[in-house]
Design a binder for this molecule. Structure first.
Ligand code: ADP
Ligand code: MG
Length: 416
């Protein structure tokens, strides 16, 4: 008896094991079939079709579909409708669409799908690299990625500095998807042993024109040197400037141009009301203070031309205690402080944020009521990006531009 029982047990265990293996094999077979079906559906997809209205109609993997659903994304925006099918078919893309039009998902969905369909695992290394001009925007992209990618098994990381190079480096080699700022990423590629991007499938540049404006050209050129030539490249901007097409030197292959607006005038959201106030320079701060006092129940961003201006106005107004929480944000602050302020402003119902253009690009603050440009923007592009912080995707927003009487005629003509 004593010897038989274990034998029986062994037999039962063996059978159980066999059963498990069988189940696993069956599952693998099913997964393979699903994958083949998905590939076939992508092959059948007509990227020029205008019929597609929802994410559900796209050939997407189960984890992406579930992640989008859980994040309450249903209907495709114009740029998503045009860019995602192309992205799924591995085309290179040069995309231009106004701020708030949903460009982030237009590249994140193809990134996730590319790696999923390649059955990317932790052993395959870095599969996708997403470059952002600012740390704040990188954080925001990363958060959207985490949201819609929550059912995928990929590892994803942020490389934006602020931590020691060594600390960052240790986690780097395990990452499948990285969101980074150009300078920091280059440091790692140059210095971090055992980390390479030889396997990279997709490179994304968000706010591509801005990356170049901010003097990152040489960093990006050097970065690209480290990347394989056979990758897919996706570039997105709010404005399709000449500079963006310069980026052809990023060796885009027959890029598809996706542009969902014709010119700068229509580059501002339609649900945006735009105003301007003429105020002589000496009265500007009084006018601004008066404006804030009469809009205490709102969320306001005030753009100023320099970090010094931001600090000055913030400190002066703080002492006056206007009755609305004041925040300030500029490039000189430590990264931790900047991120903390960004998230506080995001969470706030009523707040007034004084900022430089560091935050003007790409960052999505939900429900901003007013964008005030207390200092005249340098050019029309900057204007568009600044006012793009309000009236994001189907919410209403208002923008006010403060002009000195001497600036009035010229600026209004240019903005028209
Ligand atoms: P852009 O990069 O073009 O400026 P974002 O990608 O930051 O725009 O998106 C702007 C806002 O629109 C975000 O709050 C985002 O959550 C929302 N959004 C994007 N796509 C959709 C969609 N398909 N349905 C609903 N909301 C969306
Ligand atoms: Mg964006």
């Amino acid at each position: 008896m004593a010897t038989r029982a274990p034998a029986r047990q062994q037999k039962a265990q063996k059978a159980q094991k066999q059963g498990k293996t069988e189940i696993r094999q069956q599952k693998r077979k099913r997964d393979q079939e699903d994958l083949q079906k998905l590939e076939a559906a992508v092959a059948d997809l007509d990227p020029k079709s205008t019929e597609l209205k929802t994410f559900a109609e796209l050939p997407l993997s189960q984890p992406t579909t579930s992640g989008l659903k859980a994040s309450h994304f249903q209907t495709l925006t114009d740029v998503q409708q045009r860019a995602i099918p192309l992205g799924l078919k591995h085309s290179d893309i040069l995309g231009a669409a106004k701020t708030g039009s949903g460009k982030t998902l237009a590249f994140l969905v193809p990134v996730l799908e590319r790696l999923y369909r390649a059955q990317w695992t932790e052993f395959d290394g870095l599969g996708a690299l997403i470059i952002s001009p600012t740390r704040e925007l990188a954080v925001q992209i990363f958060e959207v990625l985490r949201k819609i990618g929550r059912y995928h098994a990929f590892s994803a990381g942020l490389v934006i500095g602020g931590k020691s190079l060594k600390e960052e480096a240790e986690r780097l080699s395990r990452m499948n998807i990285l969101v980074c700022t150009p300078g920091r990423m280059l440091q790692h590629l140059d210095q971090t042993a055992g980390f390479d991007a030889d396997n990279l499938q997709v490179l994304v540049l968000d706010e591509a024109d801005r990356i170049m404006d901010m003097g990152f050209q040489s960093a990006v050129d050097a970065l690209v040197e480290h990347l394989p030539k056979t990758r897919q490249t996706l570039m997105f901007s709010a404005t399709q400037s000449k500079k963006v097409s310069d980026l052809a030197r990023l060796s885009l292959k027959d890029p598809e141009y996706v542009s969902v607006h014709q010119d700068a005038t229509s580059a501002t959201p339609t649900n945006l009301q735009q105003h301007y106030i003429t105020t002589p320079l000496p009265d500007k701060l009084d006018t601004l203070y008066g404006f804030i006092k009469s809009n205490l129940k709102s969320k306001i961003i005030v753009f100023l031309s320099s970090g010094k201006q931001v600090r000055f106005v913030y400190e002066s107004f703080r002492h006056l205690q206007p009755g609305i929480p004041l925040l300030h944000l500029h490039g000189r602050q430590k990264q931790v402080a900047r991120l903390e302020i960004t998230s506080r402003f995001t969470a706030a119902k009523q707040s007034c944020l004084f900022a430089t253009d560091v935050v003007a690009r790409g960052i999505d603050f939900p429900a901003v009521d007013w964008v005030i440009q207390a200092d005249c923007p340098e050019d029309v592009d900057t204007y568009i990006h600044r006012v793009g912080r309000t009236a994001r995707y189907q919410s209403n927003g208002r923008a006010v531009l403060f002009l000195d009487p001497s600036e009035e005629a010229g600026m209004i003509k240019r903005l028209e």
